[in-house]
Design a protein around this ligand. Sequence first.
Ligand SMILES: Cc1cc2nc3c(=O)[nH]c(=O)nc-3n(C[C@H](O)[C@H](O)[C@H](O)COP(=O)(O)OP(=O)(O)OC[C@H]3O[C@@H](n4cnc5c(N)ncnc54)[C@H](O)[C@@H]3O)c2cc1C
Length: 298
Amino acid sequence: MKKALEENSIAELKAKLRGHVIEPHDRDYDDARKVYNAMIDKKPRLIARCADAADVIDCVNFARKHDLLLAVRSGGHNGGGLGICDDGLVIDLGLIKYARVDPGARLVTVGGGCTWGDVDHATHAFGLATPSGIISTTGVGGLTLGGGIGHLTRKCGLTIDNMISADLVLADGSFVKANAEENSDLFWAIRGGGGNFGVVTSFTFKLHPIGTIYGGPMLYELREAAEVMKWYRDLIKTAPDDLNGWFAFLTVPPAAPFPEHLHLKKMCGVVWTWTGSLPQGSMGFIRRDCSGTGARTL
Ligand SMILES: Cc1cc2nc3c(=O)[nH]c(=O)nc-3n(C[C@H](O)[C@H](O)[C@H](O)COP(=O)(O)OP(=O)(O)OC[C@H]3O[C@@H](n4cnc5c(N)ncnc54)[C@H](O)[C@@H]3O)c2cc1C
């Protein structure tokens, strides 16, 4: 049986960190262990809100020394709840949130706890963007390490196509850089291999000159799904790279800008992004005739 963690070991960890450690008896424990998927109800022994890479190194060493299961949490969006664990130590990167833009070099370096909304906010001021996902609250960490597909993918590639470097804390507590020149095998692994190679404290991404885009969802009745999917498949094959579509089955959110009569209705649709100039985007080549005569591209 695993040895119980001694109070003085926990006190030692707390004293070392610039961030803070949350335990089951703390008031903020239940909030801190919540993840996006509300069906996940895991109860870690400790949640360490790390403030910097040094905190992450201390936590990794602590988990190894005490033989604790370790989970790494960035945005907490993972469907299976991989960013949290029972009985172990959670390294919560949520406080490591910074995004430094170098507009000349068209690069952004971001902390491992950023969401994509944080990154977009920082880069948009310079008329620049990097491909992320569909919504802004997803963590940079999990999405990038899994590949990353989103609104700008047809134009600029996957998120990992744009990651040029990362800083990681490895399981032995060492701190390394991974890019095309340094630790290139590790760099290969973290571009799609998930979160098992180390704790990424910082990512650097290429930026593209993309400011305001035109986009939004087009919704259809569920009974039209097969027809819409075929139409979408044929359209996107030959569409310019400035057009990105994301086909979705969804429950319409009960909020603006969706019209009230559609709220909570189950529908299908495509969420569009157009990164080109407005005149061509507004010519209507993504209009679809729903009059019952079949789909057509105008
Ligand atoms: C509403 C929603 C929308 C989504 N949209 C998209 C989308 O448009 N495109 C897309 O590609 N995916 C999308 N996803 C999937 C999403 O990318 C994955 O679920 C991803 O794992 C979430 O990352 P996270 O950091 O928020 O999650 P977390 O649960 O915090 O982490 C997920 C996994 O990555 C590991 N991890 C996270 N950060 C680090 C780090 N810094 N270092 C080491 N390991 C780390 C964790 O340990 C865990 O295994 C979406 C998910 C949801 C719930």
